[in-house]
Design a protein around this ligand. Structure first.
Ligand SMILES: Cc1cc2nc3c(=O)[nH]c(=O)nc-3n(C[C@H](O)[C@H](O)[C@H](O)COP(=O)(O)OP(=O)(O)OC[C@H]3O[C@@H](n4cnc5c(N)ncnc54)[C@H](O)[C@@H]3O)c2cc1C
Ligand SMILES: *[C@@H]1O[C@H](CO)[C@@H](O)[C@H](O)[C@H]1NC(C)=O
Ligand SMILES: *[C@@H]1O[C@H](CO)[C@@H](O)[C@H](O)[C@H]1NC(C)=O
Ligand SMILES: *[C@@H]1O[C@H](CO)[C@@H](O)[C@H](O)[C@H]1NC(C)=O
Ligand SMILES: *[C@@H]1O[C@H](CO)[C@@H](O)[C@H](O)[C@H]1NC(C)=O
Ligand SMILES: *[C@@H]1O[C@H](CO)[C@@H](O)[C@H](O)[C@H]1NC(C)=O
Ligand SMILES: *[C@@H]1O[C@H](CO)[C@@H](O)[C@H](O)[C@H]1NC(C)=O
Ligand SMILES: *[C@@H]1O[C@H](CO)[C@@H](O)[C@H](O)[C@H]1NC(C)=O
Ligand SMILES: *[C@@H]1O[C@H](CO)[C@@H](O)[C@H](O)[C@H]1NC(C)=O
Ligand SMILES: *[C@@H]1O[C@H](CO)[C@@H](O)[C@H](O)[C@H]1NC(C)=O
Ligand SMILES: *[C@@H]1O[C@H](CO)[C@@H](O)[C@H](O)[C@H]1NC(C)=O
Ligand SMILES: *[C@@H]1O[C@H](CO)[C@@H](O)[C@H](O)[C@H]1NC(C)=O
Ligand SMILES: CC(=O)N[C@H]1CO[C@H](CO)[C@@H](O)[C@@H]1O
Length: 697
C-alpha cells in the first residue's frame, strides 16, 4: 500500500497548484477587508494571563469543544494548538481531492510520527501521519463520514460505571448534533447507486456531510458486486447498523465543494467572541499542578507551552478546567510530561510522579490496512486528474475536485470466515489468559486487567453482524506503470493486539516512542488475510470485474495463507485510526478517564479525543470524535451552570469575570504571555506539497 515504488510513482505526478486566490469571488473577507476566518484566532500572540478553560490541542475534538464551551459568554476559553493556522495551505485543506493531489502528509503540517520497528511487519517502522494544524487530523484526513454501530457503542458504554452517557442513543444524538447532512443530487445518487435514510442524519449541526459532486461510473457497480459475494447492500449505514456495502457520506460542504472540518465547521462561521482565543504554534509542554493539592485529587493551576523547541516556555493560568484534546498521541504524551502516567516510564526520565496511572499510553489500538491492486480499462480519479491537471477549473466550484473515495463495505465474520467463525471465536476466547500473560506491554496488573476487558468485549463482538474488515474502493492511486488503477483495500477493524506509547524524553518536542504491537495477537493476521482474499474476489466478480484487466499486486504468486501472511507483513500500514491510549475504563483496569472524561486522581483535568475510546469500532473515527466532543461539552457545561445558554450568534463580551482577555489593539507586548511576533507564514507558503497519492482513509 505504501511501498516506495507507489510513492515514487505518485511523486512523479506533478502536482498542479489549485488555490482559492485568483479570479473567483473572495469569500474570506467582508466588505471592510476583514478576514472572516480569523476572528477568533490570535495572530499577534497576545493572550490573557488566565482563562476559565484551557483546551490542549485545536484538532477535531478540540475546536468542536472550544466552540461549544465558548457559547457560554461567562466562560473564557483558550485553545493552545501546536501546529500553524493552515491559512498558508488553505487549498490543500479545503479542496477535497487535494487530500490526494496536494497532500499535507509529510509536510510541516503533519506530525510525521513513526512506530518503532514492528516484528510482525517484517521489522518495518510504520509511518503514522497526524494533522498538526488548526483542525488537526480533520484537516488532512480522507473525509469519510461513517459511524460505528449500535452494538459496539453500547459495548463501550457497558465497560465503565456511568457509561450510559456514551451508549448508542447518546452518541447517536450527539453525532447528529454535530452534523448538517445534505442529500446528493438525483444524478449523483443514480450514478453512484447511493442509498441513505435522511432520518439517521442531523441537519442543524456545523459539520457538513454529503457526497461528492462527481462520481466515477465504476462506483455505481460497487454495491451490486459486494452483494454477490455475501456482503449485503446497506440502505442506511448511519442509524446504528453500520455494516454491509454502501457509498459513504463524506465531510463535504456542497455549497462550494469544500472540506468541512473542525475549523471550517465550528470556528470560522462564528462571530467574534471576546471570550474565545485560539493560539496556533503553541505546543503544550506540561501541566502544572497547584502546590496546595498534595492530598486528594490534584488541581491543574497552569499550562506551560512554547512556540518552538528552543523558545522560552510560557504559562497561562486556568481557573476551571484543562481539557486535553491532543489526540491519541498528544494527550497521553502531555499527561506523562506532567507526571501523570506509569511510574516506570516517569522514573526512567526523572519526571516526578504526580499521579500514578499505569494505563496512560497503554491499550493503544489501530486499524491495519493494505490493498489488492488491479489494472483497469476505466478512467480513474487519478487518470482524469493527470490528464486534466492544467485545465481543471480552479477552486471551489469544481465538482470533479470534490471526488474522494467513498465506496466502502464492512464485511462481517461470516463473509470472512464462513462457518469456521464459531471455532475461531472459541479459540480466541480460550486464549484470553495466555494472551494477557504474554502480550501486555506493561508490568502493572491493572493494565493486564484492562487488556482482558478490552479483549473480552472485542471477542464478544465477533458473534454479531458488525464489520470485522472494512473493504474500500480506491480510485485515486497510481502504480509503477499507470494511474489506471483500481485498488481494493482491506482494513482490520477489531484488533486483538494492544500496544503502547511512552515518553523517553522530558522534551515535549521529542516524539514519544510508539509501539502498536501490530499483529502481536495472531487473530489479527487471520482476519486481515481473509479480508485481502475477499478484496481479490471482489475484483474478479461481475459487474465490477468488467472494469478490471488484471491484478497487479500482490499478483498470482500469492495464493496460500502463508503467501498472504508473508506478503501482508511486507505491505500493511495504518488506516490512520490510532486510539484507546487514555482509555475510559475503571481505574482498576488501567483506565485513564472515568465516564465524565475526568483523569483519575485529578480535580479539574479531562481528556476528550480519540484516545478515550476503550475499544476500536468498525468505523473511521472522525464522526465518533465529533459526537464525543459534543457530549464532552454537554457534560462540562452541565457541571458549571444549569442555566439556559446564550445562542452562538448573540454572544456578548464577558462582563463580571476577572479573566478579561486583553484586546490585542491595546496590548503592550507583555513578554510574559506574548508569543514571539512572527510575520505570517511565508515559509509555509513555500512548502512544496508532497503529492502523495496515498489512499487516504
Ligand atoms: C491521513 C489520515 C486520514 C484519515 N482519514 C479519515 C477519514 O477519512 N475519515 C475519518 O473519519 N477519519 C479519518 N482519519 C482519522 C481521524 O481524522 C482522526 O481519528 C480524528 O480526526 C482524531 O481526532 P482527535 O481530536 O482525537 O485528534 P486530532 O484531530 O489529531 O487533534 C489533535 C490536535 O492536538 C494537537 N496537539 C497534539 N499535541 C499537542 C501539544 N502538546 N500541544 C498542543 N497541541 C497539540 C495536534 O496538532 C492536533 O491539532 C484519518 C486520519 C489521518 C491522519
Ligand atoms: C498565574 O498565577 C500565579 C499566582 O497564582 C502568578 O504568580 C502568575 O504570574 C500567573 N501567571 C500568569 C501568566 O499570569
Ligand atoms: C445546512 O446546510 C445547508 C446547505 O447545504 C444550508 O443551507 C443550511 O443553512 C445549513 N444549516 C445550518 C444549520 O448550518
Ligand atoms: C458496470 O456494470 C455493467 C454490467 O452490469 C457494465 O456493463 C459496465 O461496464 C460497468 N461499468 C463500469 C464503469 O465498470
Ligand atoms: C464554503 O462555504 C461556506 C458556507 O457554507 C463558507 O463558510 C466557507 O468559507 C466557504 N469556503 C470556501 C473555501 O469557499
Ligand atoms: C487548590 O487551589 C486551587 C486554586 O488554585 C483551588 O481551586 C483548589 O480547590 C485547591 N485545592 C485544594 C485541595 O485545596
Ligand atoms: C476525587 O474525584 C473523584 C471523582 O472524580 C471523587 O469521587 C473523589 O471523591 C475525589 N477525591 C477526593 C479526595 O476529593
Ligand atoms: C471475560 O469473559 C468471560 C466469559 O464471558 C468471563 O468469565 C471473564 O470474567 C471475563 N473477563 C474479563 C476480564 O472481563
Ligand atoms: C453476516 O451477514 C450475513 C448476510 O447478511 C448473515 O446471513 C449472517 O448471519 C451475518 N453473520 C453474523 C455473525 O451475524
Ligand atoms: C527514544 O526512542 C527513540 C525511538 O523511538 C530513539 O530513537 C531515541 O534515541 C530514544 N531516546 C532516548 C533518549 O532514549
Ligand atoms: C453569567 O453570570 C451571571 C452572573 O453570575 C449570571 O447571572 C448569568 O446567568 C450567567 N449566564 C450564563 C449564560 O451562565
Ligand atoms: C507559526 O510559525 C510559523 C513558522 O515560524 C510562521 O510562519 C507562522 O506565521 C506562525 N503562525 C502564527 C499564527 O503565528
Ligand atoms: C473531469 C474533466 O474535466 N474531465 C475532462 C478531462 O479531459 C478530457 C479531455 O482531455 C475531457 O474529455 C474530460 O471531460
Amino acid at each position: 500500500m505504501r511501498s516506495l515504488s507507489l510513492l515514487l510513482a505518485a511523486l512523479s505526478l506533478s502536482s498542479p497548484s489549485f488555490g482559492f486566490t485568483g479570479s473567483h469571488r473572495d469569500i474570506y473577507h467582508d466588505r471592510n477587508g476583514h478576514d472572516l476566518r480569523r476572528r477568533n484566532i490570535v495572530y499577534d500572540g497576545q493572550i490573557a494571563n488566565t482563562y476559565d478553560f484551557v483546551i490542549v490541542g485545536g484538532g477535531t475534538a478540540g475546536l468542536a469543544l472550544a466552540s461549544r464551551l465558548s457559547e457560554d459568554s461567562n466562560h473564557t476559553v483558550l485553545v493552545l494548538e501546536a501546529g500553524d493556522t493552515g491559512d498558508a495551505v488553505a487549498s490543500s485543506i479545503d479542496i477535497p481531492g487535494n487530500a490526494y493531489y496536494s497532500s499535507l502528509l509529510g509536510s510541516s503540517y503533519d506530525w510525521g510520527y513513526q512506530t518503532v520497528q514492528q516484528p510482525s511487519a517484517a521489522n518495518r517502522a510504520i509511518s503514522w501521519p497526524r494533522g498538526k494544524v488548526l483542525g488537526g487530523s480533520s484537516a488532512v484526513n480522507g473525509l469519510y463520514a461513517v459511524r460505528p454501530s449500535k452494538v459496539e457503542v453500547d459495548a463501550w458504554a457497558a465497560m465503565v460505571d456511568g457509561g450510559d452517557k456514551w451508549d448508542w442513543n447518546s452518541l447517536f444524538a450527539t453525532m447528529k448534533q454535530s452534523e448538517n447532512f445534505t442529500a446528493p443530487s438525483a444524478q449523483i445518487q443514480a450514478e453512484g447507486n447511493i442509498m441513505y435514510d435522511p432520518s439517521s442524519h442531523g441537519t442543524a449541526g456545523p459539520v457538513h456531510v454529503s457526497y461528492p459532486g462527481y462520481i466515477l461510473p465504476v462506483v455505481g457497480n460497487w454495491t451490486t458486486t459486494l452483494s454477490d459475494i455475501g456482503v449485503p447492500f446497506s440502505a442506511d449505514a448511519n442509524g446504528g447498523d453500520g455494516w454491509g456495502g454502501f457509498i459513504a457520506t463524506s465531510t463535504i460542504n456542497q455549497a462550494n465543494w469544500t472540506r468541512s472540518y473542525s475549523r471550517s465547521a465550528y470556528i470560522d462561521p462564528l462571530p467574534p467572541r471576546a471570550n474565545l482565543a485560539i493560539l496556533a504554534n503553541a505546543t503544550v509542554t506540561r501541566l502544572i499542578f497547584a502546590s496546595n493539592s498534595t492530598q486528594g485529587n490534584l488541581t491543574v493551576s497552569s499550562v506551560e507551552f512554547a512556540s518552538t523547541r528552543s523558545a522560552q516556555r510560557q504559562t497561562v493560568n486556568v481557573t476551571k478546567e484543562v481539557i486535553l484534546a491532543g489526540g491519541a498521541i498528544g494527550s497521553p504524551q502531555v499527561l506523562m510530561l506532567s507526571g501523570v502516567g506509569p511510574k516506570d516510564v516517569l522514573e526512567a526520565v526523572n519526571i516526578p510522579v504526580n499521579v500514578e496511572l499505569p494505563g496512560v499510553g497503554q491499550h493503544l489500538q489501530d486499524h491495519i490496512s493494505t490493498q489488492v491492486t488491479f489494472q483497469t480499462s476505466e478512467d480513474t480519479a487519478a487518470s482524469i486528474h493527470q490528464a486534466n491537471s492544467t485545465t481543471l477549473p480552479n477552486g471551489q466550484s469544481s465538482p470533479f475536485l470534490s471526488f474522494i473515495n467513498s465506496a466502502t463495505a464492512y464485511a462481517n465474520i461470516s463473509a470472512l470466515l464462513g462457518d469456521y467463525y464459531t471455532t475461531f471465536q472459541a479459540n480466541i476466547a480460550s486464549a484470553l489468559e495466555t494472551s494477557a500473560s504474554t502480550l501486555v506491554p506493561s508490568q502493572y496488573p491493572e493494565v493486564a486487567e484492562g487488556y482482558k476487558a478490552i479483549y473480552n468485549t472485542t471477542a464478544s463482538l465477533l458473534n454479531t453482524p458488525i464489520g470485522q474488515i472494512e473493504i474500500l474502493l480506491s480510485l485515486t492511486g497510481t502504480s509503477q506503470s499507470t494511474n489506471k488503477v483500481i485498488a481494493i483495500q482491506a482494513a482490520l477493524q477489531h484488533p486483538f493486539s494492544q500496544g503502547r506509547l511512552y515518553i523517553n524524553s522530558t522534551d515535549a518536542f521529542d516524539h514519544p516512542v510508539i509501539d502498536p504491537a501490530y499483529v502481536s495477537h495472531s487473530a489479527d493476521i487471520v482476519m486481515l488475510r481473509e479480508g485481502l482474499k475477499l478484496a481479490r474476489k471482489l475484483g474478479g466478480t461481475a459487474p465490477l470485474s468488467s472494469a478490471v484487466i488484471n491484478e497487479i499486486s500482490p499478483g498470482s504468486a500469492v495464493q496460500s495463507d502463508d503467501d498472504w501472511d508473508a506478503w501482508a507483513a511486507q505491505n500493511f500500514g495504518t488506516e490512520f485510526h490510532p486510539s484507546c491510549s487514555c482509555a475510559m475504563l475503571p481505574q482498576s483496569q488501567g483506565g485513564v478517564v472515568d465516564a465524565n472524561l475526568k483523569v483519575y486522581g485529578t480535580a479539574n483535568l479531562r481528556v476528550a479525543d480519540a484516545s478515550v475510546f476503550p475499544i476500536q469500532f468498525a468505523a473511521h473515527l472522525q464522526m465518533p470524535v465529533y459526537g464525543l466532543a459534543e457530549q464532552a461539552a454537554n457534560i462540562i457545561r452541565a457541571e458549571y451552570n444549569g442555566v439556559v445558554l446564550a445562542q452562538p450568534s448573540s454572544v456578548t463580551p464577558p462582563t463580571a469575570t476577572s479573566t478579561g482577555i486583553r484586546p490585542s489593539s491595546t496590548s503592550s507586548g507583555n513578554s510574559k504571555s506574548g508569543a514571539p511576533r512572527t510575520p505570517l507564514s511565508t515559509a509555509a507558503a513555500a512548502l512544496v506539497a508532497v503529492a502523495a497519492i496515498f489512499a487516504l482513509l
